[in-house]
Design a protein around this ligand. Structure first.
Ligand SMILES: CC(C)(COP(=O)(O)OP(=O)(O)OC[C@H]1O[C@@H](n2cnc3c(N)ncnc32)[C@H](O)[C@@H]1OP(=O)(O)O)[C@@H](O)C(=O)NCCC(=O)NCCS
Length: 179
């Protein structure tokens, strides 16, 4: 079980789709994770059915131990089997649960799984440049800023730079205790 003293990760289930649908249609989430919103329910169901049959993408629900509440999702995709790399993505869908270490804990559990179970060597992600909180979020876990993709995406009416962050096996730092 992927768990710590506060949260656990489990496979996304079909019964999680209504919540996930609402989250990925929320600009606080879709503008950050690059989802092509609005997402229809039928498109989301097709996405889930492909996901359930595929080994190319792993999506896990982030749940609080207390009350078994599903608060967000974390995923790995773009696996490169020869290079042992994958891309990660994360969001805490319910704003009330952001800033409470849930994301850091989820990312630490995912990284442990990626390195110790899937035997990956490197995980990476693209984030929006100029967001100090996001930078802190990744850097405090040991991710290194590896480069800038200039005007790489068109988001909310303008081109934005994206920052690449990477974490190699052995670089994960301990999650700070919940304040
Ligand atoms: C980014 C995200 C996953 C971080 O998860 P979280 O549970 O809110 O973060 P944590 O509580 O573990 O905080 C760790 C650090 O991240 C920072 N942080 C980043 N985004 C934050 C947010 N929206 N709210 C609060 N803290 C945030 C905090 O400053 C904190 O650093 P600090 O302890 O030095 O203050 C979450 O805020 C989120 O889902 N945001 C919307 C979607 C998104 O941006 N996804 C990432 C795309 S790259």
């Amino acid at each position: 079980m992927l768990s710590d003293e506060c949260i656990y990760l489990r496979r996304l289930e079909q019964t999680d789709l209504d919540r996930t649908w609402a989250w990925v249609n929320d600009p606080a989430v879709y503008l950050k994770i690059g989802v092509q919103a609005p997402v229809s329910r039928s498109a989301q169901l097709q996405w889930f059915e492909r996901l359930d049959r595929s080994a190319e993408r792993l999506v896990l629900a982030i749940c609080l131990n207390e009350g078994d509440v599903h608060v967000g999702n974390v995923s790995l995709d773009s696996f490169e089997s020869r290079h042992r790399t994958a891309r990660l993505s994360i969001f805490i869908g319910d704003g009330a649960h952001r800033g409470r270490s849930v994301g850091s804990r989820a990312l630490a559990l995912l990284a442990g799984y990626a390195f110790d179970f899937l035997n990956l060597h490197r995980i990476w992600c693209k984030t929006t440049a100029g967001d100090a909180r996001i930078a802190r979020f990744y850097e405090q876990l040991g991710f290194q800023r590896e480069g800038v993709l200039r005007q790489h995406e068109f988001v909310d009416g303008r081109y934005v730079d994206k920052v690449l962050y990477g974490l190699l096996r052995g670089e994960l730092r301990r999650v700070p205790p919940t304040p």
